[in-house]
Design a binder for this molecule. Structure first.
Ligand code: LMR
Length: 394
């Protein structure tokens, strides 16, 4: 049977972990996979997370199953972080704990296919490298809409609305809640309002993937898209990840919230979501979600975590500024100022695929073939080398 299979190419993002690791050059720079790194280039466990883990190990009395939804306390806390306290009492939202944001995407796809297998999901061009494989493999019909102008490094908002005119009622539109991956170019408040009006008029279903809440402007600011859609439309899907904002990458913590028009419909949808989980992985992993739940519900740990998150945002902004300044010095003829207008972990550097190859081969600088960089890989110590390397290939 297995001889029927052919070799699959390595994942475009995950392969960079090994490529960078195996490069013996001391000066190598990792701007690949989306994990946070501090000014020393490490990905430490957050202090608030470490404290919650100590508490958990000391207090956990059982490892018995919690059920397909996962930890109900976590679900309530994460739902409020996304929808706000005022929204959660109307019974329209069903939330489950999922194995990371990817697990949430996969369960959402499964339920969407049960509800309307003919629906098309519109994704931005470009989008996260794994969105199309993950949702496409699940069987969702996908089409892409214009999003980014690679020449001008701006959002092509009119082009986006124009492309979406081909959508039909019941289609879904996948929007990045904040920190658009890979471009780092987010919709403005006005653009979110316009998109909300558009989906309402055309009876589309917004699907918001929010993998970086707290990485752009703050927890509250970063949920603006969810808030405006929740107020305006009857149906909405939201996927969350705690990989980045709690730094729990390998522990796999996320959530899926599906919003229905009213309480009775939400109850039906909730039963569908739980049955999809049961048939795919039965129950989610517990440890990371218990840690998140402890942090959100403990005032002291929460304020420590919020301070850590704020320090991450500050560092990301500083590194963007530093890189633009260094590039202005090393490559004054090329405009890199768009980098400072982006948010979150990523942006396009503005280099070609050939230049990406040269950066890897000649300088040990690792980034995605698309030219996406993870801004966290920049430090005060490597920025000069990085800017000189970029200047030498453009
Ligand atoms: C990324 O885009 O680099 C991250 O979201 C990690 C991943 O799983 O792709």
């Amino acid at each position: 049977m297995f001889e029927q299979l052919t070799l699959k190419p390595a994942d475009s993002i995950l392969k960079l972990i090994a490529e960078h690791r195996d490069d013996p050059r001391a000066e190598k720079v990792d701007l690949g996979v989306g994990v946070y790194r501090d000014s020393l280039g490490s990905t430490p466990i957050m202090r608030s997370v470490k404290k919650a883990e100590h508490w958990l190990v000391g207090s956990q009395a059982s490892k018995a199953y919690l059920g397909s939804r996962g930890d109900a306390v976590f679900c309530e806390a994460i739902q409020q972080m996304m929808f706000g306290h005022e929204s959660v009492s109307d019974g329209r939202i069903s939330t489950i704990q999922s194995p990371g944001g990817s697990g949430a995407l996969r369960i959402a796809a499964q339920v969407i296919l049960r509800a309307n297998p003919k629906a098309t999901m519109w994704v931005s061009d470009p989008t996260w490298d794994n969105h199309v494989p993950l949702l496409g493999e699940a069987g969702v019909n996908l089409r892409s809409h214009t999003y980014y102008d690679r020449q001008k490094n701006t959002i092509r908002f009119d082009g986006m609305l124009e492309a979406l005119k081909e959508s039909v009622p019941g289609d879904l539109i996948l929007l990045h809640g904040c920190c658009h991956n890979p471009t780092g170019m987010d919709l403005s408040i006005e653009q979110w309002n316009r998109i909300a009006e558009f989906v309402e008029e055309r009876k589309l279903i917004p699907f918001i993937d929010l993998a970086y809440q707290g990485f752009a402007e703050g927890l509250e600011e970063d949920r603006y898209g969810v808030k405006v859609m929740y107020e305006r439309v009857p149906e909405l899907v939201v996927t969350q990840s705690c990989s980045k904002n709690f730094g729990l990458y390998r522990d796999r913590v996320g959530a899926l919230s599906m919003v229905a028009a009213d309480g009775p419909l939400a109850e039906i949808m909730d039963s569908q979501v739980l049955s999809a989980v049961r048939t795919m992985y039965s129950v989610p992993p517990d440890h990371g979600a218990a840690v998140v739940s402890k942090i959100i519900n403990d005032a002291e740990l929460k304020s420590e975590w919020l301070a850590e998150l704020s320090a991450i945002r500050t560092r990301l902004k500083q590194m963007r500024k530093l890189l633009v300044e260094e590039l202005y010095r090393t490559a004054p003829t090329k405009d890199f100022s768009h980098i400072e207008r982006t948010t979150g972990m990523f942006c396009y550097l503005g280099v070609s695929a050939e230049q990406v190859v040269l950066l890897k081969q000649d300088h040990g600088v690792y980034l995605l073939d698309s030219g996406r960089i993870n801004v966290c890989g920049i430090t005060e110590s490597n920025v000069q080398y990085l800017a000189e390397s970029i200047a030498s290939v453009i």
